[in-house]
Design a protein around this ligand. Structure first.
Ligand code: PGA
Length: 257
């Protein structure tokens, strides 16, 4: 059985070093005497704070929000996937809608980044999802297929099965709005069926599909547990270690039942 993956995307938070250190302290305290057998946490702090998150409690892994595909060289301001891997990072978020919106990342850039992340043995968490206009125009499934196809193009099955897709409808990110359960189930089915037909069921079945967008303890069951998602990508609510542990515990319990 696949573990439930809880990906915490801190975005550009917290501002102070003290707050980042305090986060880890509280997390460790909250995790004392707790073991999750069926859920895993992936914390993605800002690059600057990565070193403060190297010593995490069991069940937690380190991720990054961004990286650069070239191994090294004259790329002022960038941090490479190779550097991240060497530093102890295991997962990297790719293609987040904020990267598309503010930094102009294209589908081709996302494909290249996914390929490079895999080359350096990082697990790519690739964000896909439609805008509100696309949703209203009934284009969700077509958009999802194009995005998934673009990401897996040129990859071997062994590479493709390492990808984690995060379905994040753009209108749900940071808005407090979530799609209905049926919409989430339908989107997941579209992604899964497309992966089955392009990669074969054995490979496709290993690929995890997460839900992201305004997830909190109060709606976790509705948007992710009852809909059979393989995990969640959480922004705002992941800034509280208490909420992270609470949600991981809920997921763990539901997987045990
Ligand atoms: P949110 O962010 O949980 O604050 O909506 C989700 C995300 O960053 O993908």
């Amino acid at each position: 059985m696949k573990p439930f993956l809880f990906v915490a995307n801190f975005k550009m938070n917290p501002v102070s070093r003290e707050d980042a250190e305090n986060y880890v302290r509280v997390l460790k305290r909250e995790m004392e005497n707790k073991v999750f057998s069926r859920s895993l946490g992936v914390l993605c702090p800002s690059i600057l704070h990565t070193s403060l998150f190297l010593d995490l409690p069991p069940s937690f892994f380190l991720g990054a929000q961004h990286g650069f595909p070239e191994k090294s060289g004259a790329f002022t301001g960038e941090v490479s996937y190779a550097m991240l891997k060497n530093f102890g990072v295991e997962y990297v978020i790719i293609g987040h809608s904020e990267r598309k919106q503010y930094f102009g990342e294209t589908e081709e850039a996302i494909r290249m980044r996914t390929e490079a992340a895999l080359k350096y043995l990082l697990r790519p968490i690739v964000c896909i999802g439609e805008t509100e206009e696309e949703f209203k125009a009934g284009k969700r499934d077509a958009i999802l297929k194009v995005q998934v196809q673009s990401v897996i193009t040129g990859l071997s099955k062994m590479q493709a099965e390492k990808i984690i897709f995060a379905y994040e409808p753009r209108y749900a990110i940071g808005t407090g709005i979530t799609p209905s359960q049926q919409e989430i189930v339908d989107a997941k089915k579209t992604i899964r069926t497309f992966l089955d037909t392009t990669l074969g069921e054995n490979c496709a079945e290993r690929i995890q599909i997460l839900y992201g967008g305004s997830v909190k303890a109060g709606n976790l069951a509705e948007v992710a547990l009852e809909t059979g998602m393989d995990g969640v990508l959480v922004g705002k609510e992941s800034l509280s270690p208490y909420e992270v542990v609470k949600m991981l515990a809920m997921a763990d319990e539901s997987k045990n039942n």
